[in-house]
Design a protein around this ligand. Structure first.
Ligand SMILES: Nc1ncnc2c1ncn2[C@@H]1O[C@H](COP(=O)(O)OP(=O)(O)OP(=O)(O)O)[C@@H](O)[C@H]1O
Length: 260
């Protein structure tokens, strides 16, 4: 069985700048990764390559066993669930929540002329239930709170039963209660053996759900440290990554960092 993601010496250059440089990374089917790093570290860029939305300028990247540059990405994308701020911005406010989720079965963002089967409806409703928002199925996306939108997007990302789940800052912008309940839901997804390989991007170690097995720390487009989470999230590595002396603690499956 090949890895879900395999990056070898991946570099991505724009306007003469290396957004990513020399990235070596492998993600296996049963792994759940967190990507941490300061603003501008290259986290979203890395996720966009994994989502097949960007190609490396040099190096080798394979996604779900297919080499980028040698595969039709439109065939690959339905096998990948993605949530990101950029994608959320493209969802029309007038779209029904149920439609935001079930249109993912067709790889489209808005309803058009697709015809849905009962099975699609049942799956979309089941996912909304799993995300704790089945009561919102008949609301429009534009009327939802930020937390409800995040949950809708995660349900959408899971709709096509993806083999790879990519979550770009899924808890950004939420209040403390909203963050904690969503981190708990993400923990249920991460610890579920039936869930796909998952990569989650965040700035904050407090937002890492239980069940995350591996971490990559990025700074300036380069890997500071990468590997099993317990070996990677050390005070030294986090301090190098964020450029400030940090202490780190780990309790009941959750992480905490503060200045040393
Ligand atoms: N098309 C582009 N041309 C030039 N530079 C770019 C381009 N796209 C992104 N960048 C730069 O690449 C760097 C990495 O961006 P990226 O969005 O991947 O970082 P990030 O770690 O996700 O940051 P944040 O935490 O702020 O979201 C940033 O400095 C950004 O300004």
């Amino acid at each position: 069985m090949s890895d879900v993601l395999e990056f070898a010496d991946v570099t991505l250059t724009r306007s003469g700048n290396h957004l990513l440089e020399g990235i070596n990374w492998r993600v296996a089917e049963d792994e759940r990764w967190v990507i941490l790093g300061p603003n501008g570290a290259g986290k979203t860029t890395l996720l966009q390559i994994a989502a097949t939305n960007m190609h490396p300028s040099s190096g080798y990247a394979s996604v779900l066993g297919e080499v980028l540059g040698a595969v039709d990405v439109f065939e690959l994308r339905p096998r990948i669930g993605l949530t990101s701020a950029a994608l959320a911005e493209r969802i029309r406010g007038s779209e029904w929540v149920l439609d935001v989720v079930r249109t993912a079965a067709y790889g489209v963002l808005g309803t058009w002329r697709e015809s849905y089967e009962d099975l699609d409806d049942a799956r979309a409703l089941e996912l909304l239930y799993r995300l704790g928002i089945s009561h919102l199925a008949g609301r429009t996306f534009g009327t939802l709170s930020e937390g409800e939108r995040k949950r809708t997007q995660i349900a959408r990302a899971l709709m096509s039963d993806p083999e790879l789940l990519l979550l770009d800052e899924p808890t950004a912008g939420l209040d403390l209660g909203g963050r904690e309940t969503l981190v708990a839901t993400l923990g249920q997804i991460a610890t579920d053996e039936a869930s796909p390989a998952t990569v989650l991007v965040t700035h904050h170690v407090e937002e890492i759900p239980v069940g995350i097995t591996h971490a990559m720390l990025l700074r300036g487009g380069k890997i500071v440290a990468s590997g099993p989470i317990e070996d990677t999230l050390t005070a030294d590595n986090l301090s190098s990554c964020f450029g400030v002396a940090l202490d780190v603690s780990h309790q009941n499956g959750r992480w905490n960092a503060r200045s040393a």
